[in-house]
Structure formats: C-alpha cells, structure tokens
Design a protein around this ligand. Sequence first.
Ligand code: SPD
Length: 275
Amino acid sequence: MELWYTENQTPDLRIGFRVKAVLHREKSDFQEIAVYETEQYGRLLALDDVVMTTDRDEFVYHEMMAHVALAAHPDPRRVLVVGGGDGGVVREVLKHPVEEVHLAEIDGRVVAVCREYFPAIAAGLDDPRVKIFVTDGIAHVREKENLYDVIIIDSTDPIGPAVGLFQEDFYRSVHRALTAGGLFAAQTESPFLNGELIRGMHRFLRGIFPVVRLCLASIPTYPGGLWTITLGSRGPDPREPAPGRAVPGGTRYYSPELHRAAFVLPPFVSALVEG
Ligand code: SPD
C-alpha cells in the first residue's frame, strides 16, 4: 500500500509527498515532530504536520534567510537565530567571518532529532562559535539590548507558540536587541496565501525601523511555492550586499546577483508592502 504525507496548507489546499518510510515521530512538550523519507524531496521534517524543511530544497530557504542579511551588514560579528532548531540557518551564517552565533530554540527535541536525521543541515551546531539556548525566543530577545548585529527569525507558521514572532511587540524588542547599524531577517510566509499578514507586518515595521524591505525566494515545498523574507534595518539598506563584503562561495541559490534580484517584486507583491 502506498504511504503519503499530506500537509493541509489551507482548508482548501493540500500538498502530498509519497513516503518511503516514517523514520521518526514523537510528541515533544511543544509539538509533534516527524521525519519522513520521501521519494521526491528526500528526508522531510514536519512540525505539527507542517513541512519545515526537506533535504532537496532546504538550501534555498537557509541560504536566503542567512546570506541576504549577513551580506548586507558591513561587519556582522554577533548573530542571533530565533527558532531554526534544525541548524540550517546557523550552518549558512557560519560561512561568514562571525565571532558568535546564538540559537534560541524553544524545543530542544527539534535540535536532537535534526542532529540525528539531518546531519548535513545540523552540521554547524557543534561549531565552537555556536551557543544553543533552549528557550523561548521572544523572552530571549526581550532581555537583550544593543547586542546582536544581525537577528534572523526562522519561525514556524504564525499559529501556536510562533504567533508572537509575527507581532509588533516582538519587533520592538528586536530593534532594541540590535546594535546601532544592525538588521533582522524574518520568514514572513507566502504572498499568495498570507498577503494580509505581510501587509500588516510591514505597516507596523515601518513605524519601528527606518528601512523595511521584502525579498522573495522560490521554495517548492512551502505553501504557494513563492516565499517572502522581510528585512528591517537600523543602518544599511539590505537590497545590496555591503561594499567590499566577500560573499561565501559554494552556495546553490544565493549569489550577489540573486541578492539584488530577489528584491525586484512582482506588482501584486509590491502592492502588499506599499502604504
Ligand atoms: N510553512 C513553513 C514555514 C517554515 C519556516 N521555517 C522553517 C524552518 C527551517 N529551518
């Protein structure tokens, strides 16, 4: 009998993956964590039945979440990743000459499961520059002031414990936790399915950060296939890599040309973030 993993992306839309094997399933204190071996995308991590990452398309999301913000900063030394317990964003951040990377992940079981089933994604977690805090990212950020050059918010969808990561109060804390020329990047969902969320976030972000931008990446296993990353800056405009910044080689989606191109928005997306 064929086995399928199906994500209900909206009440009217599903995406299905033919499954070779269910490798892991557990209920942690926060969510259901599952790992499937799929035919099309290799290993797939699902949290509460929502696709977080897959072996075959993870590079797009993790490279864009990390490199756009890092390359836009002239000298990023201390970086915070909120969420992102799989380690994919941390792995990419470590390709820059950073001094310290803090990971604030609420669910320590996600880190443990990903170390076991996604060793290539979790590869950076044992780097001596990385410090893992198993804690609520919102509280972690609230307690910090003028500490991080870059903050990357690699959250789950805006349901359950992640709701606060899409709210104004949290971004006021992000602003405070950043250094004077610092910037953040946050995953902000699909322009096809979450337009009003994106519009609302950009409205309040413009009241907090002098520069707010949106860029796009193509992620086939996320709802709608086209994904948004929102950046807010206290200093540089993230649409360009900072002058003279060397960009890490060996990336498969990100390049300096792609960096600039990712900010060219189709009119239906610019309409979400203007006014
Ligand atoms: N709809 C899924 C959005 C998930 C974004 N975060 C994924 C975590 C991968 N590091």
